[in-house]
Write a protein that binds this ligand. Structure first.
Ligand SMILES: C[S@@+](CC[C@H](N)C(=O)[O-])C[C@H]1O[C@@H](n2cnc3c(N)ncnc32)[C@H](O)[C@@H]1O
Length: 249
């Protein structure tokens, strides 16, 4: 049985938990998102966690970032990571409660954040809040769990008798069609979509056929995260448990 929202906060308040253990994946996510952030943007990094992404995005010329999270532990880690970054302000906010933030962001980043919101109904509520905070022409950059991508990958694994990869108890992956339709109904234009299919297929599909032992830092995974390799293989979003969607207001 899935745990409730309070437990999701407890989870993120645990000191030893990390937002992403697979650092090759984290770097690939950051590289993918960073390409889409123009210099000079005012950014909201929603659910910033330890600030790993925030740190990278803050080096883009003339950006200003509000990095927001509901967990004291995450914010403490983020403040250490972002020490001395004058263009970043950290804020404690629970997106499921009433909150006050600006309404003129150029970019809102949701990097594996929405998947922590339990149930589609609440995820829609949070998405509507994001829409409200973007300028006209502003963009919501989502790099989020995709049910469809997870299913693709599991279908591939099945061919080689590998068990399906479960979705963690505190995650609620998005259905691609439902998300895109909902955003369209609310007058948000999908301007870009892609994924990290090559990385997922190689590291979660191919490698485990030969080696069942998880090792996020292995040389194979490093090679698999190469952008040149992804460009060559052109797998795009197929088999990608995490997908990029960019919506414009
Ligand atoms: C998987 S982590 C992602 C962190 C960061 N974006 C990254 O990519 O590394 C999800 C983050 O969302 C935060 N979070 C979950 N629910 C939240 C809520 N209702 N309001 C604000 N932050 C929340 C968690 O505390 C956690 O830091």
């Amino acid at each position: 049985m899935k745990k409730n929202k309070k437990s999701i906060l407890d989870h993120w308040n645990e000191k030893n938990v990390e937002s992403m253990y697979d650092k090759n994946l984290l770097n690939a996510e950051i590289n993918l998102i960073k390409k889409h952030i123009p210099a000079g943007s005012k950014i909201l990094d929603a659910g910033c966690g330890e600030g790993e992404g925030t740190y990278a995005y803050s080096s883009i010329k003339d950006v200003k970032i509000h990095a927001v999270d509901f967990s004291d532990t995450r914010l403490k880690k983020a403040s250490l990571k972002l020490k001395g970054k004058k263009n970043v302000t950290l804020k404690k906010i629970d997106f499921l409660n009433k909150y006050e933030l600006d309404k003129d962001y150029d970019i809102i980043i949701s990097q594996r954040f929405i998947i922590n919101i339990p149930k589609w109904q609440l995820q829609k509520q949070v998405l509507l809040g994001f829409m409200n905070m973007l300028k006209n022409g502003g963009q919501l950059i989502m790099l989020e769990g995709s049910e469809n991508g997870a299913d693709d990958l599991n279908k591939f694994r099945k061919i080689y008798n590998l068990n399906p990869i479960p979705i963690q108890w505190h995650n609620y992956f998005l259905n691609d069609t439902k998300l895109i339709n909902f955003m369209k109904e609310n007058k948000f234009r999908l301007i870009n979509t892609s994924g990290l299919g090559a990385y997922f297929l190689l590291t979660r599909g191919i490698r485990p056929i030969f080696d069942k032992k998880l090792n996020w830092d292995c040389h194979f995974n490093k090679i698999a995260s190469s952008e040149k390799l992804a460009d060559f293989l052109k797998i795009g979003a197929q088999c990608s448990r995490l997908r990029l969607w960019i919506f414009q207001k």
